[in-house]
Design a protein around this ligand. Structure first.
Ligand SMILES: [Fe+2]
Length: 401
């Protein structure tokens, strides 16, 4: 792929008082860009992956936050002016930095004599068109043979890996609906998702086949070594099924008040997070006997979500709006907060953590089609929230894998 077209959008007018001569680092440092001028918006000149906002960012903030690029975050956004009659000679952007990001170009002003060449393809890109170019594998160059300046918004975009998101009325693959109309969607594994309909089902989203499960008000299900582990919240039980959906074992070890809602298998221990309708509890059990092996009290309030990380766990203290780290020794540290939101649905992919943040909403209306939730991404290395994306969840966001 040399060029990939996304869509066409309206580009904002540039403010009249921008000074193209104020910031000169990029054109002075990189010989190939010496004929260009730069306005940095989000830009780490050291290419270390830090997210650094510059003076003119706030002017473009709304525009950047609504760009239809899919799920991900903007690492760099810079305006580049190539004056009339100037060029950018052929080169490859070879620093390791560029391998991580998709390079996006959006012409802001241009003319019919501007030509962008990537590999052996040459195009005249039009104003408002969103294009991705392969800048780290293929030689690319630009000629502005016209009599007016060419200005592009150039973006380095980090694309998230695929996420399956369960909500009160939809199952999403990233931003696309892959299943709906089958009750409340909860935990999932492989091609199966919990569909809460009283009775509750496991639904195969590829084939549509459905299996009734002996579980009520089900919250989670995970698969480990040939067994399906189900959080039977409404009966205070852990239900274990064989791969053919027959019952293997049922551990009646919790109460309904415990509200077991998230399961995690780690090194032979089945960890069960108890929301507890208040201060929450994390319990590690022997999956064969149901015996309690370890208990952590006060792991957030009305907590959801459980991920193993850095000699401990990541948990959402939903009612406190925090993402917390619980160490194996019991120490709790708040990693980030989304004030005023109820957090639910937690998954990690490498150093990125994804969770849902729902605005305040009456409990009875959790499936309201008007409810949209934010998908929040927290970078465990950068220690910042790198994106919040409004999703058409059509109800509360319940689970992410
Ligand atoms: Fe380049």
């Amino acid at each position: 792929m040399a060029f990939k077209f996304y869509s066409k959008i309206n580009v904002p007018e540039l403010p009249e008082n921008v000074n193209w001569n104020e910031y000169t680092f990029r054109q002075k440092t990189h010989e190939v860009h010496s004929q260009t001028k730069t306005i940095p918006l989000i830009w780490d000149e050291k290419l270390k992956g830090e997210i650094i906002y510059h003076r003119w960012y706030s002017y473009f903030e709304d525009f950047l936050s609504t760009l239809p690029l899919g799920l991900g975050y903007i690492q760099s956004a810079i305006l580049i002016k190539l004056p009339a009659g100037k060029c950018i000679p052929s080169h490859i952007d070879s620093a390791p930095f560029f391998k991580k990001y998709s390079r996006i170009h959006i012409p802001v002003t241009t003319n019919d004599e501007c030509f962008f060449t990537v590999g052996d393809e040459t195009k005249n890109l039009k104003v408002g068109e969103i294009w991705e170019i392969d800048n780290d594998n293929q030689y690319h160059s630009v000629v502005n043979g016209g009599t007016t300046d060419r200005i592009h918004l150039l973006i380095d975009f980090f694309r998230y890996p695929d996420l399956i998101i369960s909500t009160h009325s939809r199952l999403l693959l990233n931003e696309s609906i892959i299943h709906q109309g089958k009750g409340i969607y909860y935990g999932c594994f492989e091609n199966y998702v919990i569909s809460r309909r009283d009775p509750d089902f496991l639904v195969n989203i590829k084939t549509g086949e459905e299996h009734v499960i002996p579980s009520k008000f089900t919250h989670d299900c995970i698969f480990n070594q040939g067994k399906i582990y189900i959080a039977d919240t409404g009966n205070g039980r852990i239900v274990i099924l064989n791969k053919d959906f027959t019952v293997y074992k049922i551990h009646s070890i919790f109460t309904v008040q415990n509200h077991v809602n998230t399961l995690l298998f780690d090194q032979g221990v089945l960890w069960c997070l108890l929301h507890n309708k208040g201060p929450s509890i994390l319990v590690g059990i022997d999956p064969e006997t149901g015996e309690r092996l370890k208990t952590f009290n006060n792991v957030g309030v009305q907590s959801h979500g459980l991920v193993r990380y850095n000699k401990g766990f990541l948990i959402l203290s939903s009612a406190e709006s925090h993402l917390i780290h619980l160490s194996d020794t019991g120490t709790i540290k708040v990693l980030c907060s989304v004030p005023g939101h109820f957090l639910k649905g937690l998954a990690s992919k490498g150093n990125l953590v994804f969770f849902g943040a729902s605005p305040p909403f009456p409990r009875g209306n959790r499936g309201d089609p008007g409810l949209m939730c934010d998908l929040v991404c927290f970078d465990l290395e950068k220690k910042i929230i790198v994106s919040k994306t409004k999703l058409q969840t059509c109800g509360l966001l319940n689970n992410i894998i």
